[in-house]
Structures are given as structure tokens and as C-alpha cells.
Write a protein that binds this ligand. Sequence first.
Ligand SMILES: Nc1ncnc2c1ncn2[C@@H]1O[C@H](COP(=O)(O)OP(=O)(O)OP(=O)(O)O)[C@@H](O)[C@H]1O
Ligand SMILES: [Mg+2]
Length: 369
Amino acid sequence: MSITKEQIIESLKKVLYFPKGSNVVDLKMVDRLSIEGNKVSLALVYPHANDKNAHIVKDAALRTLKADFGTDAEFTIDTLSEQEAGRGSLGKVKNIIAVASGKGGVGKSTVASNLAIALAKTGAKVGLLDADIYGPSMPIMFGLNGERPGAKDVDGKTKIIPIEKYGLKLLSIGFFIEENKALMWRGSMASNALGQLFNDAIWGELDFMVLDLPPGTGDIHLTLVQSVPVTGAIIVTTPQNVALADVRKAADMFKNESIKVPLLGVIENMSFFTPEDCPDKKYHIFGEGGGQLVASELGAELLGSIPIIEAIAKTGDSGIPIALDDSTLSAKIFNEIAKKVIRNINKRNEELKPTRIVQIDPNASCATD
Ligand SMILES: Nc1ncnc2c1ncn2[C@@H]1O[C@H](COP(=O)(O)OP(=O)(O)OP(=O)(O)O)[C@@H](O)[C@H]1O
Ligand SMILES: [Mg+2]
């Protein structure tokens, strides 16, 4: 007797995905069902990557199918996140890059914003999500204070439309709260708000989504990197030893068994100071070689060293990130970093996810509206 798709679907209706209190068929979790002779393969799609229940549900599905169709049939069940299956708000987002640091104030937001611009200049489609719920900085860095994202009804649900500037799609919790109002939310509220920026926004097709994480390694970070399929993490540090201890903590978080996000590299910010009138002089105010040391220790690449440059701070405050001005040393450094990031992501995707490789156009340049 040959097995039909209808029979498999009927059988899988007995398999529950208990967090949602229904079966995997009604929850539309079954995907890529194919039958060749006695070989049946399918995928179960979960809302988030690394779903804690995935292996339990998969075992239950295998047991049920074997009980219904006997042991002569062969069953293969893959586990996919909605993003991997091409579904949901992040379904067309090829790569998600988290920019993190153990310590605050090391220049994460500066790096995330300028890196996003440098990536977009290669011709890639780029989004930037300011995940710093407590201290959002994107509205100021992109000159968007007071702006509010639009909304649109999609299949009866209200979806957020990211703001577009300099060719990037942008979202930040800062677009939804009044300026200077510190958020006194509990962790769960903050995580929910963040979840909406990911899952209830129309991100569309993106080659890269850059995430500017809040400082530290707290609950928000864990929830975030567990629930969003992060492709890789970049750690920003300054050269001092105190900062380096925190970097190790941040790196450990990504290595965590339930997360296992690979490190794409380390960026050393505020590496040295060069006075404008003596461009050949480098003053290593915060020590020397710390970024390289920590990168080697973590088995990661040092993607670049960014000097202390007054214009970086000034342009950050004025809403025109420095990476937009290709005549500056800073833009050149960010362009180099972006190339290395793309290379490292593509290297990883060649092994795991060939469909996510991003071709770059060296002649393309970012809009400067
Ligand atoms: N290389 C640099 N040269 C000069 N100023 C810099 C540089 N990098 C960052 N800054 C400035 O340092 C300050 C802190 O940077 P930024 O906000 O990017 O850090 P952060 O790590 O995101 O901070 P937080 O932990 O609060 O989120 C900002 O005023 C920024 O303009
Ligand atoms: Mg920041």
C-alpha cells in the first residue's frame, strides 16, 4: 500500500505542540512534505529558532507515524524556524548580525549604525534594529527624533512599517516613546516590546539585519538571542583590561549551549587617538593590543580598530553617521569591516545555508537622503 500525503497529515493531527495547546497540523507547522515510495520527509516549523520543545515534538511525531504506518516506512523530520522556512516577518531576512558588548558606552551603537551603512554601500539590503530598550540611540544617530513609524493592516493584523533613511530600514523602541523618558519596564515587558519590533514589522527582503543590543549580558539578551535566529555576533570592545573581562562574559553568552551563536569577530573601538594636525602620531590612551588579545583568546578575527575621532561623536549627534562620507578615514575603516563581516558570514553560510550567501556590488553606493 502506498502512503499518501493526506494520510500523513491525518496521522500528524495526533501530535500536539503543547505550548500552543493544539496539534502541529492545525498550527500549520508541517512543511515540505514529500513522499517517495516508502520514504517520507517533512519539516516541522517553529515560531523561533532553538525552540526548547522541538526534539520532544519531533520524537512524538516519529512515534505516531511509525505506529500508523509500520516500521517499513522511513521517516525524516527536519526542524526549521519560521525564518528558515521563509515565513513570518523575518522570513525574507537572510542574515541577522548582533552587535554586543559586555560593558556600556564602548561604542556599540556607533559601530552598529556605521556598519549597517557600510553594508548597504555594498549594494546589500540592510535593516537596523535598535534593541536597546532602555537607552535607544537610533532616533538621534539618524536625525529622526520625534518621527513615528507608519502602520499597515496585513491579514487583519496591524504591522509596523520601518522608517527608511540612508537606504536602511530602521526600527527602535525610541520611535514609540517620548524623548528622555527612561523606560522603567520590567524585563518581560521590554522583551515583548522588542518581540513586536521583530515579528510585527514589515521587514521584507533583507540581506542583513544589524541588531544593536543593549549593554551587558542580562535577561533581555538571553531571550533575544534564543528567540531570534541570529546568524552571528560581533563584539565591540575598548582596549582596557577592565573592558576585556566584560567581553569574555558577552562571548560566553553567545557560546551558551542553548544559543550557540558563532562569533563573526571583534571590533576594537577607541583604539588610539590621532590629533588632526599630526596624522602620523597614534596615542594609545587606553593601552595597546587589547582587541587583538581578546580576539585571539576567543578564536575570532579582529575585524578592525577604530580610532577616537571627534567627527565620529559629532556626526553621531547630528544624525548623519560618518560612514556616509567616503572621504573620511572612519568610513574607509567601516567599509573594510563590512567586507570582512560579509566574507565571514558567507564562509559560514557556504557550509550551512548556501541560499543565504550575499553577493556584493563594489560599485553600489548608499542613498544619502
Ligand atoms: N571612535 C569614536 N571616536 C569618538 N567618539 C566615539 C567613538 N565611538 C563612540 N564614540 C562616542 O562615544 C559615545 C558612546 O558611544 P555609543 O553610544 O555608540 O556607545 P554604546 O556602547 O552604544 O553605549 P550604550 O552602552 O550606552 O548603549 C557616543 O557619544 C559616541 O558618539
Ligand atoms: Mg548603545
